[in-house]
Write a protein that binds this ligand. Structure first.
Ligand SMILES: [Zn+2]
Length: 296
């Protein structure tokens, strides 16, 4: 009897939690990536990072603690291992993914980023607009570098300028997984007017390099398309989107429709079911108008 009362109360409590959760999903979640022994996905609001647990310590990626504490991420790691956090690897220099790493530094982690990310931080510092809680990288990567710890290798690949000029593809060769932040959206158009992007054509070339690497599953820095992982086909679809967008905007530019008319009229119905299509397509068009009608 006691048990059934408890179960009823528990069920009522769980139902209450369920409705609260429906209103606002939990701020953080951690799950082991299927088919791996030691790779974890940590979600913090609408941002995601991976961390890899080895017998000699943890390799963490993006602190994603911009305007929020690092503690939930560190707690998530401590909940699955008592090994020290040895590395924090930055995907690229944008604050929403990499700010807030000081508590990881205080625990002794070595910070790794692309060389250009460090240069960007130094420029931002000179302009007095570097966030105070961005930890400067201790080690930098040029084209390629591997971190090996406790029998696990994480390969860091630079595939060219795209969403930033310092984005790294983090590849786990054994698991055939890549962690790719912001530059290869899944079933979603590009972010706003594709900011911090020096050349849309180089961007497309970098997506082709990503597609040429040896991997099967792509973990993104945001939970796109219901939170599923990406495939090679997703990257190929995004390349097709960028190429279709580029070709259509080039036509519009050649007939004098850039910027405003093209931004208003240009549609790509093939992609109308993709995330942010309605809201971001005009700004995506604007970026390619700059390229084809102005050369920058
Ligand atoms: Zn970014």
């Amino acid at each position: 009897m006691k048990i059934s009362i408890c179960l009823t109360m528990l069920a009522a409590f769980a139902a209450g939690l369920g409705s609260a959760a429906a209103q606002s999903p939990p701020q953080t979640s951690t799950k082991k990536v299927d088919g791996t022994d030691d790779v974890y996905l940590f979600r913090y609001g609408g941002h995601q990072s991976i961390f890899i647990v080895t017998p000699q310590g943890v390799i963490a990626t993006d602190p994603i603690s911009y305007l929020r504490p690092a503690k939930p991420y560190i707690d998530a790691i401590k909940a699955v291992t008592d090994k020290p956090i040895k590395y924090v690897v930055y995907s690229h220099h944008h604050y929403d993914h990499i700010a807030g790493g000081q508590p990881f530094k205080d625990l002794g982690a070595t910070f790794v980023a692309h060389r250009r990310a460090k240069e960007r931080f130094l420029e931002l510092k000179k302009q007095k607009s570097l966030l105070a809680d961005v930890v400067m990288p201790d080690q930098v990567v040029d084209d390629k570098k591997s971190i090996t710890l406790g029998g696990t290798t994480l390969e860091l690949n630079y595939v060219g300028r795209n969403h930033s000029d310092n984005s790294l593809v983090m590849r786990l060769p054994k698991e055939k997984i890549v962690f790719v932040v912001d530059f290869a959206p899944i079933e979603q158009v590009q972010f706003r007017n594709i900011p911090d992007n020096a050349s849309p054509l180089e961007y497309i070339a970098s997506l082709k390099k990503l597609a040429s690497l040896d991997w099967e599953r792509m973990i993104p820095g945001h939970p796109y398309a219901g939170g599923r992982f990406g495939t090679k086909k997703d990257v190929e679809d995004h390349i097709a989107y960028m190429e279709d967008l580029s070709a259509e905007v080039k036509k519009a530019a050649d007939s004098g429709k850039c910027f405003d008319t093209a931004m208003k009229e240009l549609k790509l119905p093939k992609y109308e079911k993709w995330g942010n299509y309605e809201t971001a397509l005009p700004a995506n068009v604007e970026r390619f108008c700059y390229w084809w009608a102005r050369g920058y």
